[in-house]
Ligand binder design. Structure first.
Ligand SMILES: [Zn+2]
Length: 61
């Protein structure tokens, strides 16, 4: 019994763009905020990821 192969159009799932390894694609990284000469840590703040410059994409690919 011959089965006709259904003509399948290429239904590849869209490959997701590679995420930045530093911020995991968020475009932002938590940065430790230090103040003073002793570099006392006062907390963390969200900062622009310098690896991808906020785009969230891996710049090396
Ligand atoms: Zn990044």
């Amino acid at each position: 019994m011959a089965r006709k192969a259904t003509a399948r159009t290429a239904t590849k799932p869209p490959s997701e763009p590679p995420a930045c390894p530093s911020c995991k694609g968020s475009g932002q990284v938590a940065r430790t905020v230090r103040v003073g000469r002793r570099q006392r840590v006062v907390g963390q703040q969200e900062g622009l990821c310098l690896t991808c410059l906020g785009s969230g994409l891996d710049p090396n690919t």
